[in-house]
Design a protein around this ligand. Sequence first.
Ligand code: FAD
Length: 508
Amino acid sequence: MQKQTALVIGAGIGGIATAARLAKNGYEVTVLEKEATPGGRCNQIVRDGHRFDIGPTLFLMPEIWEETFASLGEKMSDHLELTRIDPTYKVHFEDGLQLQLTSDIGKMQTQLEKVEKTAFTGFLSYIAEGGKHYKVSLEKFVGRNFYNIFEYFSLGNLPLLFQLKALQKHYANTSRFFKDERLKAAFTFQNMYLGLSPYDAPATYSLLQYTELAEGVWYPKGGLYAPILALVKIAEKLGVRFIYNAPVKKLNVEGARIKGVKLEDGREFSADIFVGNADLPYIYKELLPPSSEAKKMDDKLYTCSTIMFYWGVDKEYSQVALHNVFLAGDYKASFDQIFKDHTLPEVPSFYVHAPTRVDQNAAPQEEETLIVLVPVGHLDARSRQDWDALVNRARETVFARLAKELGADDLREHIKFEIMYQPETWKERFNLEKGAAFGLSHNFWQVGYLRPQNRHKEYKNLYFAGASTHPGTGLPIVLLSARLTTDRILKEAGTIPVQNLNYAISQV
Ligand SMILES: Cc1cc2nc3c(=O)[nH]c(=O)nc-3n(C[C@H](O)[C@H](O)[C@H](O)COP(=O)(O)OP(=O)(O)OC[C@H]3O[C@@H](n4cnc5c(N)ncnc54)[C@H](O)[C@@H]3O)c2cc1C
């Protein structure tokens, strides 16, 4: 029997994992990627002996990764060398307080009780709640497909939405556990991984703090690009064909089906099914024919964007830990300025990653590779966004705080080169709608069945896998997306679409 064919648009982690799963299930799969290499937001830059992970630097939820490798007939430990990172982060507050988040309970107790007498009890309850949220979310909402709204808002699920505090705000909910504003900040800033403000994020997301401390933050040898290379190798072994420098220009439609794709260079490809891994709103708006669904994409909420500095430095700064978070004094104002005004906060928070603390190969000997992430608002035509000025201000803020708080006062002179990304770079390089670095937002109205689903409503052979479809952003969550999309494709394979069935009946 002839194999079913699948075309995947995009070789981000979602595209690679879906392609590999489909190939494992007997499909003949081709992946079309606009860039010269795979990985998407999880790509890397190598220059003059310095290696930078472009986006992700935290390897989280290892059990989800394990499942992906296992589903492809492989063992993760044969492909990745993981080191657990503990303390996970060093958190710096503007008033000089420093906290090292760690799964060492004793050390956590000492640090927290110095800030607030009852904080350690609060912390234990907070993590316990996060653990409950994690398990219930994964089992009942994140790790499954919803084929209709009744499955989502079923009688069984409604009480769970309350149990998961889906309608309560995360920051407000931390007041039940901590009084000190700095502690509330230390246990909510992780919402930024989902590109969300803790003042808007559902309290459900305390699950993030749980996974970091209970399941661990890990570092794969070779950086976050190592898992991408491993998955591509496995996919190729399963027969997947990757075609790079192949930007798709348009999806050709016939009735309720996609017939093929046309590339920028005019080449055309056809297949039985199609999987869009490029950002979902971009596919609706730019690759498909105009539709009311595409227009609705403009009204959706998007995550924030980031300014990134990738610095090759000719001196070591051993006082910079592997993961460092510098929080702004006025925490709330900084989120309002990102999410409401769509700009760089007056006093920005930021994150610094120094991979050589665990991986000597990330920089030449006695040198440093530094990655700085400064959250900013996404592109917004209505806001005045002078990116040159905002980028300069972000850079100066980073220099000033690293000098004041870590004594790195000569850093500026030791930077050999800088590569900089800002929202327009995210949009141009990866076609991320509004330059939103994490895709569509994850508020109550944009998760579960309410998030754009992993199959197009009209074109029944067009599926989606990636950060802007169900379940959402973050590498392990996108791996789940690849599993759920593949499950759906396999479930629906062989079924005759209703309109064809009607046609067949009318012919009898
Ligand atoms: C700065 C930053 C930090 C992050 N940190 C973390 C972290 O520490 N841990 C974590 O787990 N997650 C993190 N994330 C989130 C994570 O990177 C994403 O959720 C994930 O990589 C998204 O994968 P994807 O496959 O959905 O999309 P993408 O990686 O965007 O892949 C889509 C692919 O489609 C391609 N494409 C687009 N248009 C076309 C076209 N027309 N034709 C062909 N190909 C096309 C793109 O080039 C790209 O390769 C971070 C993200 C960012 C931006």
